[in-house]
Design a binder for this molecule. Structure first.
Ligand code: UTP
Length: 297
């Protein structure tokens, strides 16, 4: 019988070196986009997709992340006393039911594939989702929800896919497309970080995955790949070799790479402009600075 996807892995054990010195003491996933940490966007997306169990693969120095999901009785009591119901509602979203959240350590940053493998005992023999919180997606229908709906019709492995210019291919895992069917593509191969002239297509994998437990079994046997890390892409590509289905899903929405400074700044502007309480003042500021810049040219 087809199993529903109710578990998600959030690999958050990376070093976040692109945000040093901030990430010396603040986990990247706690950094704030407008007024919510990156991890909250990921959790909200997972909940919308029907995820009930949240598994974090963490590392040394990520304590703030665990605290974030704790109840805050003193703060809540204070807000209740002051009748701040709106703020209490906002806080409610950050709370997790007891037993719904698990933390597991990755002792060494050996790559995304290794981080996912670390959670294998908590996954067992079920399909599961993987969400990279530094990929933030602005979309009418949350990306993972779209994917889960597509998965229900087409079980197998599925990766979120997005078109990128060929010269940027070397920053992504790239799909070799066998067949197209609306937003779904059937994948005939995957290459991690190819040079532009060796990229099999312009469809790149971004940080949302629906995976079968076979991928965990593949990771058991995995050796280090591109960049000396254990690559999740390689373990998914092994599914294609085993002639099991792997799909790419062209999601509707805009993805921001909040693992990079430029992407984080763009997301801050986009999410700020999407907010009723901030749009007018932010827009008028942006217009002013663009105007001043143009006048100076
Ligand atoms: P990145 O490639 O963005 O690496 O990882 P990073 O360490 O977070 O950041 P930089 O490049 O040093 O700035 C993509 C995702 O995979 C997780 C990261 O936490 C991030 O969510 N990851 C990566 C792990 O959990 N473990 C690893 O060994 C590597």
């Amino acid at each position: 019988m087809k199993k529903k996807i109710t578990k998600a892995i959030f690999p958050v054990a990376g070093l976040g070196t692109r945000f040093l010195p901030a990430t010396k003491s603040v986990p990247k996933e706690i950094m704030t986009l407008v007024d919510r940490p990156l991890i909250q966007y990921a959790i909200d997306e997972a909940r919308a997709a029907g995820i009930k169990e949240f598994i974090f693969v963490t590392s040394r120095g990520k304590g703030a992340l665990e605290d974030y999901f704790d109840h805050a009785p003193v703060l809540e009591q204070e807000l209740r006393k002051k009748n701040k119901t709106e703020l209490l509602d906002i806080l409610k979203n950050t709370n997790m039911d007891s037993g719904a959240i698990a933390y597991i350590r990755q002792h060494k940053a050996l790559g995304l594939g290794h981080a996912v493998w670390c959670a294998k005992r908590l996954i067992g023999n079920e399909p599961f989702a993987v969400i990279l919180p530094d990929d933030v997606i602005a979309a009418e229908k949350p990306c993972l929800q779209e994917m889960v709906e597509a998965y229900e019709e087409n079980p197998g492995c599925m990766v979120a896919a997005m078109e990128v210019p060929k010269e940027k291919a070397s920053a992504y895992g790239i799909l070799d497309v066998k067949a197209e069917n609306g937003p779904m593509v059937s994948v005939g191969g995957m290459v991690e970080k190819p040079e532009a002239d060796k990229a099999p297509s312009n469809l790149a994998v971004i940080g949302r995955y629906l995976l079968t437990p076979d991928v965990l079994r593949n990771l058991n046997k995995m050796k280090t790949g591109a960049g000396g890390e254990i690559q999740l892409t390689d373990a998914i590509a092994a599914e294609i070799e085993a002639e099991r289905p792997v799909y790419g899903y062209r999601f509707a929405g805009q993805r921001f790479d909040c693992g990079s400074k430029a992407g984080f700044l763009q997301a801050t502007v986009a999410f700020g402009l999407a907010r009723d309480d901030l749009r007018d003042s932010l827009m008028s500021y942006l217009q002013d600075i663009v105007h001043v810049d143009k006048a100076a040219e």
